[in-house]
Design a protein around this ligand. Sequence first.
Ligand code: PEP
Ligand code: MN
Length: 333
Amino acid sequence: MIAILKPGTTPQQTQHLVSWLKTMNLDVHISQGAEVTVLGLIGDTSRVDMDLLKSLEMVETVKRVSEPFKQANRKFHPQDTIVTVDNARIGGGYFAMIAGPCSVESEEQIIEVAQAVKASGATMLRGGAFKPRTSPYAFQGMKGEGIQLLLKAKEATGLPIVTELMNISTLDLFADVDVIQVGARNMQNFDLLKELGKTKKPILLKRGLANTIQELLMSAEYIMSEGNENVILCERGIRTFETATRNTLDLSAVAVLHNLTHLPVVVDPSHATGRADLVAPMAFAAAAAGADGIMVEVHNNPACALCDGAQSLTPPQFDELSRKVQKIREVLV
Ligand code: PEP
Ligand code: MN
């Protein structure tokens, strides 16, 4: 349930109302906009007398929120959420260009790629240290050492770093990581989501291979319900009957999500297509659809990459993509 307050309601009046609502065992989420204040009521709202609430002088309207996601819901928080990531921002008009290799492979590799993508306009560096691989015999990532190398690349370039956490037991290793990625395969690892919700770290939550948009939002809700509102959603393609691409990029998810939620939405055209030649066109389409950022895999030598070489761009290819994405964004404004 939400209560929209009348313009001019004072902070004291709002607090008074919030205290009263809390006596009904409800959690109250306050969204303070420039124009209106929205109170989001979380919990068993069946005991709330809607007519009484509506009749209060400071209350404009009261509505039931039928969707099961509450804190992620745009009705709870009409303005776009802007997530601050070190020196970068994403959402509400701030665009993130996240680039880097699928996996961190060596100091030389990650620093070379970091410097190249930075020069081409990247705002964050990605790189997997813990890799969820289909085969247990495939390269599993450099783990803690990989995170240390990402931090060196951050030191060298100033780019905030994004890297995947697969198991909560490794959380301590992520203390200096700027954005913790939850991979597609862990999107519904609810215990993991709850633990990440207890941190204040920005979380990049990737859509599961076969999950609906609503399920993605419910996973975001798991993180937010524990107190962490710094959630960035990522569309990375879903499983369909089509085999020409690794996954099928559900680009309409960008517009659907912007309608349903205030959280920023990033598109990953690399995992969506699995093919380097399709990454740029899908990145352009994502920017045109209004995505708040894109995440692209870039490798200094894709042919020798230990993971996802076929979908990795070279630094010059990323440079061209980045320039064109900026132009598309200029047209949109
Ligand atoms: C990745 O970003 O490296 C990754 C493993 O992606 P996903 O979880 O989307 O497959
Ligand atoms: Mn990858």
